[in-house]
Design a protein around this ligand. Structure first.
Ligand code: PLP
Length: 450
């Protein structure tokens, strides 16, 4: 197809013709195309037809400070003039990567004094695999290679990160690394047994101990988990879950990798969900909110326990990316962390807008098709059902969440659907009036779905 032909095509036609979209039904896209977004401001996104939507998902759980944030924009453009690119390979780096590393150390839990930069959460989780292998090899425990993860976990989309994840759909499309084992996730809504919520939390955590015993502690390197499983539909663990998991990891010689790609940078009301749930990870994955989503940046916070081993032995850590610690990404990251710190966005949010958001969502529990409202901080999901007591599905042959999402978009609200659930994670900077607007639009979508 040449350029002259292209001029007669709409943007939507060109999108259908040339762009293979991630996580998209490609046949459906080829036929119908998708929505194209052209600009964003504050908490609103605008499509190419000018329609405004309140972004109840902060992009893809990234833009915690909303859009058109002038300080972050300025930091990126100023850095472009000074040093648009330099690398961090072969014993060198540049100032912004160092400043960004220092900023991250200041806001993450105290065991973290080192960071490895990547471009994304997926690459950060790949990095975790290399780190734990290197760590145990240096400790002369080369058999410790098995990693335990959870069903329906999402840890990214590269082959290794997809293997860490627990989505059947992803596993069906490729064969990944073969040393990852998946235990059950603490999905209280999906549980039909006799235990109460607390007992269920402990019970499901015990699967980790059982799996370590089955594989042999001498073969297990690490357990990886999201504090709250986001892409699985905001699976909020019972209060008893994380204390039990932490106990198991401490009692056994395995590393705990906490994937805070969604939960980090304030979403659960603390800088990191490690604080919300009192978890002490050895490695912590971050991405998304670190730059407010304005530049691709991810990484791994490496605890002293791991860093002391990998930095005190000779030889290269043979791993890295051309854009690790990219200056523009670091400029965006430093500005984002400065705003979060200086304007006390997280502390103020935890004191006001987050409890307000959760309380307003809980008011939807009375809606005839809402089977459960769950969430923490500025992260929540509504499970949609036909029958509240039997939890009968809204529609047997299609996903209730997708129907509700379609109505929400029609009525000016962007949310995400996961199976029969509707997920929302709006920017932390929403006002009470904006949360009211989100709830109004969501209620209309629920009414149309019912
Ligand atoms: N980990 C979690 C918990 C995520 O939610 C995601 C993305 O949604 C990733 C990792 C992968 O991050 P990225 O898409 O930046 O590779």
């Amino acid at each position: 197809m040449n350029i002259a032909n292209n001029t007669f095509k709409t943007l939507k036609d060109l999108d259908k013709a040339h762009y293979l979209h991630p996580f998209t039904d490609l046949q459906e896209h080829k036929q119908k195309g998708g929505d194209i977004f052209s600009r964003a401001e504050h908490i609103y996104i605008y499509n190419s037809e000018g329609k405004q939507l309140l972004d109840g998902m902060s992009g893809l759980w990234c833009s915690n400070l909303g859009y058109s944030q002038p300080t972050i924009n300025k930091a990126i453009t100023q850095q472009l003039e000074v040093l648009p690119y330099y690398n961090s390979f072969f014993q060198c780096t540049h100032q912004l990567a160092v400043d960004m590393a220092k900023s991250l150390v200041e806001v993450t839990p105290p065991q973290f004094n080192k960071v490895f930069f990547t471009n994304s959460g997926s690459e950060a989780n790949d990095t975790n695999i290399r780190l734990v292998h290197r760590y145990y090899n240096l400790l002369e425990k080369p058999n410790k290679k098995q990693i335990i993860s959870r069903k329906n976990a999402y840890h990214g989309s590269t082959v290794a990160a997809g293997s860490l994840g627990g989505f059947n759909g992803m596993h069906e499309q490729y064969t990944g690394v073969n040393y990852v084992h998946h235990i059950a996730e603490p999905n209280w809504f999906g549980y039909d047994g006799e235990l109460d919520r607390d007992a269920f939390g402990k019970h499901v955590a015990q699967e980790l101990a059982a799996k370590i015993d089955e594989l042999g502690e001498e073969n297990v390197a690490a357990f990886i988990a999201e504090p709250i499983q986001g892409a699985a539909g905001v699976i909020v663990p019972p209060e008893t879950y994380w204390p039990e998991i932490s106990k198991i990891c401490k009692e056994r010689d395995i590393l705990l990798i906490l994937d805070e790609v969604i939960c980090g940078f304030g979403r659960t009301g603390n800088w990191f969900a490690a604080e919300t749930y009192n978890i002490e990870p050895d490695l912590l994955t971050f991405a998304k909110g670190v730059t407010n989503g304005y530049q691709p940046l991810g990484g791994v916070m490496v605890s002293d326990k791991v860093a002391d081993v990998i930095t005190c032995n000779e030889g290269e850590f043979t791993h890295g990316f051309t854009y690790s610690g990219h200056p523009l990404a670091c400029a965006a990251g430093i500005a984002t962390l400065d705003i979060l710190k200086n304007e006390q966005v997280i502390e103020k949010g935890a004191a006001d807008i987050m409890p307000y958001f959760q309380a307003r969502l809980r008011s939807l529990e009375d809606h005839p098709i809402v089977g459960e409202v769950r969430g923490v901080g500025m992260l929540a999901a509504l499970e949609l059902v036909k029958n509240k007591s039997s939890k009968e599905r809204l529609a047997p042959d299609c996903e209730g969440g997708a129907i509700c999402k379609m109505h929400a978009i029609e009525h000016g609200l962007m949310v995400r659907s996961v199976g029969d659930a509707i997920v929302t994670a709006p920017p932390l900077i929403c006002s009470r009036e904006e949360i009211d607007l989100l709830i109004t639009r969501l209620t209309i979508a629920l009414d149309y779905t019912a």
